[in-house]
Design a binder for this molecule. Structure first.
Ligand code: SF4
Ligand code: SF4
Length: 172
């Protein structure tokens, strides 16, 4: 599998979906193995890489998730965001949200309406829970979100790199 630096991935962010698809069969095979073996050191391994890569890059130079993924917006998110914007929840929903095919609230359109040109989040303090947690590479029981991570490799350079490193460590 072709090894690419995190900086190169940042520079070629638009090629990420294509790159991710190319190596998907290899990643899928290793993830399948991990799901059945559930190695005890997986969380530590992934969390250390999360710290390492996020210390090397700045999400403000990317913003890819805020441009392309529609986070699920919970009732709590709606309450918090509408209050911070001094809007009634119903007005907030009418203005910014619609329901997706799973009946979850998501933004009416992407890029996110709160993404500023410099990639700052205009509602950062009150951003949705899904935004706070993305890309989930620091969560416990990482083995449970391998399928989501497989998808997130197409959007987030950090998830792409961590998946590569997982393959290197666990493929044999
Ligand atoms: S609310 Fe903020 S963090 Fe979430 S998608 Fe929009 S700009 Fe990004
Ligand atoms: S979380 Fe990933 S996709 Fe989102 S801005 Fe940071 S590096 Fe980019």
């Amino acid at each position: 599998m072709e090894k690419i630096s995190i900086q190169k991935l940042f520079e070629n962010i638009n090629s990420l979906p294509k790159l991710a698809k190319k190596s998907e069969p290899t990643i899928k095979a290793v993830f399948r193995k991990l799901k059945s073996k559930k190695p005890k050191d997986l969380d530590n391994f992934v969390h250390n890489l999360h710290e390492e890569y996020f210390s090397e890059i700045d999400c403000l130079d990317c913003g890819n998730c805020c441009r392309s993924l529609g986070p699920r917006i919970t009732e709590n998110d709606i309450d918090r965001l509408s209050k911070s914007m001094k809007l009634k929840p119903a007005k907030f929903i009418e203005q910014y949200l619609h329901k997706d095919e799973d009946n979850d609230f998501v933004f009416k359109s992407m890029p996110c309406p709160f993404l500023a040109e410099d990639n700052y989040c205009m509602v950062y303090e009150n951003r949705p829970k899904a935004c706070r947690e993305y890309p989930h590479t620091n969560r416990r029981k990482f083995v449970q979100i391998l399928d989501i991570s497989l998808k997130n490799r197409e959007t987030c350079p950090v998830v792409y790199k961590i998946s590569d490193d997982i393959v290197k460590k666990y493929q044999n």
